[in-house]
Design a protein. Structure first.
Length: 335
């Protein structure tokens, strides 16, 4: 073989190797792009970070059912309760960022960001709040035989020396817990917080007379109120809830500026493809326009509150700042 022929042969082999590598590399890019473009191609797990029967569980099942129809794939609810929602959040944070494991988060995550001294999760960066799907005020409810008939009476009782008024919530670090902290701070009351492992347990104990009051989201409590098991004395929104039009707001009944509104949203692990985020955002927006979802929301005291990814991030950031101030000013600790 001549030197010229040998050189040509080497160059030819290099060209083939380079072309083959480019082909393989191009194929991997194609597969990744194709995977995102055809999302979803299999069932999706929606992690609900609280026990069944609570607000997150109710919202997750309503939204999951409608988004399943839009995305044309099953959405399976997986309840992973514990640590004020952190257990479920960690499950999703550690999942692949392919959009097949999502989280039904809520306002508790804005609280957890400052409540726990060494959080394992940075909720503003380790997870992506794809879209807010609903909002709801909370209910201040009392046991049926509680002497006070309104929120002013509850406040008066809780202001007395050595007050032992007990107020339950879905757990430490939840929106109900911090709403109770803000209640004490605003009205100079001395209620004792009783954390439960989920809203359903707190509602059951209130109905059974084991605690005096609770503060929880409308979806978690409204069934017991309408069923006559507990008595609602106020809601915590800026205006009265259409689902409980005869129940005043705390602000209205006290002349204060007390207001707490919870929100729910679909979250994904960081690094998820923008195509997946858009698919979820579009599916949520389409679902929220349907009459059957809106009817289901109304029954639970929920309000449609769609926010796209940039608007959702802005909300999360502002909520983290708000609750950080409450935690610091009241020296709240769960450790």
């Amino acid at each position: 073989m001549t030197a010229s022929t040998k050189t040509h042969s080497i160059l030819t082999r290099r060209a083939l190797i380079t072309a083959g590598g480019a082909s393989l590399l191009g194929g991997s890019f194609f597969n990744a792009a194709h995977s995102a473009e055809t999302y979803p191609s299999k069932s999706i797990r929606m992690v609900v970070p609280f026990a069944p029967g609570g607000g997150n569980d109710i919202v997750g099942r309503i939204v999951g059912r409608k988004c399943s129809e839009v995305l044309r794939q099953p959405i399976l609810v997986d309840n992973r309760a514990g640590a004020g929602g952190r257990v479920g959040a960690e499950v999703v944070m550690k999942a692949p960022g392919d959009g097949y494991t999502v989280l039904l988060g809520d306002a508790s995550y804005a609280i957890n960001a400052s409540l726990y001294p060494s959080p394992k999760i940075d909720y503003a960066s380790d997870l992506v709040l794809v879209a807010v799907v609903a909002a709801t005020p909370l209910i201040v409810a009392v046991r049926n035989d509680y002497p006070s008939k309104d929120v002013a009476g509850l406040i008066a009782a809780a202001k007395k020396a050595n007050s032992n008024v007990t107020v339950g919530s879905a757990g430490n670090g939840t929106i109900g817990h911090l709403a109770a902290v803000l209640f004490n701070s605003t009205f100079k009351t001395q209620t004792r917080h009783v954390p439960y492992k989920g809203s359903a347990a707190s509602v059951n104990d209130l109905a059974g007379g084991q605690i005096d009051a609770l503060i929880g989201t409308l979806p978690a409590v409204i069934g017991a109120v309408k069923g006559g098991m507990v008595r609602a004395v106020a809601v915590t929104g800026k205006t009265r809830s259409p689902s409980l039009p005869n129940v005043p707001t705390v602000a209205e009944a006290t002349g204060s500026d007390y207001e707490v509104v919870s929100w729910f949203g679909v979250m994904c692990p960081k690094g998820v493809d923008q195509t997946v985020i858009k698919a979820w955002s579009d599916a949520i927006q389409a679902s929220l326009k349907t009459s059957d979802l809106r009817d289901a929301y109304a029954l639970q005291g929920l309000e449609v509150d769609f926010r796209d990814t940039p608007a959702s991030k802005k909300l999360l950031d502002s909520e983290i700042d708000k609750w950080k101030k409450v935690v610091r000013e009241n020296n709240v600790s769960v450790t």
